[in-house]
Structure formats: structure tokens, C-alpha cells
Design a protein around this ligand. Structure first.
Ligand code: NAI
Length: 251
């Protein structure tokens, strides 16, 4: 790709939820940094478009439709990645959903859907990736949590619990996998402009903006830059950490 830095040359990365938003920006930046990228999300057509964009820019990408909450899908994702590229060096657990509502109105199904995608999904993907990475004796797992996993947020009990759980999962896996040179870190985005946040009312957006010292909402590229750094050799001595990319919203 034109702005290829080679920072991730010869690496293979799996990105979940790559079809749009933050995941798409992460996949593009990993590819621009020299990685071959395995794109996963539920929609084949959106992934094919992204794979074509990466190929057009001189990169290499493989699209594998996956529901990360389903064990069979996740096993297929990593088998397909290995069959094509022979290695998996980087996993970015990015896919996530919201089902926002107040606690007393929250249905069991709202709780289950969010925990299944946002916490069980990263567990399933990390377990599959760890089997490969520990054999390779190197690897990077990067979990996209959220600032509200650190702060809590009214109306998001299910989402905040899943994202706080993901931080616990990050730290436990970091301790477990360190001896095999597999690092595990979390990135906690603040308010990032994507389809997920587009649904919020102008009033809520204005209130949020008032809480951000840097005075702007984040871009998907702000998160992608942090992920590329954590995925690179430059971050070899960083594990079990939570990197806030939130404009100072939470310190
Ligand atoms: P988005 O809604 O634009 O994209 C989510 C992606 O996840 C899509 O590609 C979707 O297909 C995929 N996905 C959802 N469920 C899936 C499943 N079961 N299996 C496979 N793929 C699935 O979301 P956005 O804003 O790009 O967020 C990405 C991540 O960043 C999420 O984990 C989100 O919780 C987190 N985040 C986002 C923030 C924001 O302000 N946008 C703030 C903090 C965290």
C-alpha cells in the first residue's frame, strides 16, 4: 500500500467485526503496515468490499464470515486463516454490540446477546488463537473494550459488564500466555464516531462532548493507530495493560 511502513511485515492478523467502523479502520491500518489480514464479521458482502479495497492498495486480505459467538464459526475462522497463511500473529477482538436500556427494563435476551458477542466471542477467538500463538511462541491479542467498562454508564449495564469482563479476561490471559511471548492488552475507546454511536441523540452527543478534555469525538483511526502500535514489535514489553484512547474523558 502507498503508506506501507513495514512495521508489521510478514505478520498475519485476524480482525473481528471488520466490516465497518473501528474494525474496518483497524484492518486497513494493519494492512497498510504490511500485515496480511483475515477479515471476519457476519456479512460476506461488506467483507468482500473491504478485501477488494485492501488488495487494490497492494495489500492481502481474506474474508471469512463468522459469528464470533458460535464455537464452530470461530474454529472455522482460525482453521481457514491457518490453511491460507500458515500462521496467526495478531488477533484483534473488535466485534461488539449494544442493547441499551435501563436495568429494570432489561430483558434476559438483551443481557445474553451482549455478553455472548462482547465477552464469549473474545474468549472463543482468544482460545483458538492462543493454541496457535503458544506453538509459535509469539503473538499479540488486542481486545477492544470501552471507556464505559472502566467508568460504568447508566442504561448500559449489560454492555459495561461485558467490557469490564473483557478487561479481566485480558489480564488473566496476559498472565497465562506471557511465558510463550504472547502479549494481551486492551484498548478502551471513548466516544468514537461510527454507526454504533450515530444512533445517539444530539442532546446526548452534546453532553458527552462536554466531558472530553480534548474537545472532539474520536475517529476510528485513533483506535487503529493504538492497535497497530500494540501489535508491533515496539510493544514487546507491554502486556496486561489497558490503553485508554478517549480524549481524556476518563483518567
Ligand atoms: P459497529 O457497530 O460499527 O461495528 C461492529 C462490528 O462488529 C460490525 O462489523 C459487526 O458486523 C460486527 N459484529 C457484531 N456482532 C458480531 C458477531 N456476533 N460476530 C461477528 N461480528 C459481529 O461498532 P464500532 O463502533 O465500530 O465498534 C467496534 C468495537 O469498539 C465494539 O466492540 C465496540 O463495543 C467498541 N467501542 C466503540 C465505541 C464507539 O464510540 N464507537 C466506544 C467504545 C468501544
Amino acid at each position: 500500500m502507498s503508506n506501507q511502513t513495514g512495521l508489521l511485515k510478514d505478520k498475519v492478523a485476524v480482525v473481528t467485526g471488520a466490516s465497518r467502523g473501528i474494525g474496518r479502520a483497524i484492518a486497513l491500518k494493519l494492512a497498510a503496515s504490511g500485515a496480511r489480514v483475515v477479515l471476519s464479521a457476519r456479512s460476506q458482502s461488506a467483507l468482500d468490499d473491504l478485501a477488494a479495497a485492501i488488495a487494490a492498495a497492494g495489500g492481502e486480505a481474506l474474508a471469512v464470515p463468522t459469528d464470533i459467538a458460535r464455537t464452530e464459526d470461530v474454529e472455522n475462522l482460525f482453521e481457514t486463516a491457518l490453511a491460507r497463511f500458515g500462521q496467526v500473529d495478531i488477533l484483534v477482538n473488535n466485534a461488539g454490540i449494544t442493547r441499551d436500556t435501563l436495568l429494570v427494563r432489561m430483558k434476559d435476551a438483551d443481557w445474553d446477546a451482549v455478553l455472548e458477542t462482547n465477552l464469549k466471542g473474545p474468549f472463543l477467538c482468544s482460545r483458538a488463537a492462543a493454541k496457535i500463538m503458544t506453538k509459535q511462541r509469539c503473538g499479540r491479542i488486542i481486545n477492544i473494550s470501552s471507556v464505559v467498562g472502566e467508568m460504568g454508564n447508566a442504561g448500559q449495564a449489560n454492555y459495561c459488564a461485558s467490557k469490564a469482563g473483557l478487561i479481566g479476561l485480558t489480564k488473566s490471559m496476559a498472565r497465562e500466555l506471557a511465558r510463550r511471548h504472547v502479549t494481551v492488552n486492551a484498548v478502551t475507546p471513548g466516544f468514537i464516531v461510527t454507526d454504533m454511536t450515530e444512533v445517539l441523540s444530539d442532546k446526548v452527543k452534546e453532553e458527552l462532548l462536554g466531558q472530553i478534555p480534548l474537545g472532539r469525538f474520536g475517529e476510528a483511526d485513533d483506535i487503529a493507530a493504538a492497535v497497530v502500535f500494540l501489535a508491533s514489535d515496539q510493544a514487546a514489553y507491554i502486556t496486561g495493560q489497558v490503553l485508554g484512547v478517549n480524549g481524556g474523558m476518563y483518567m
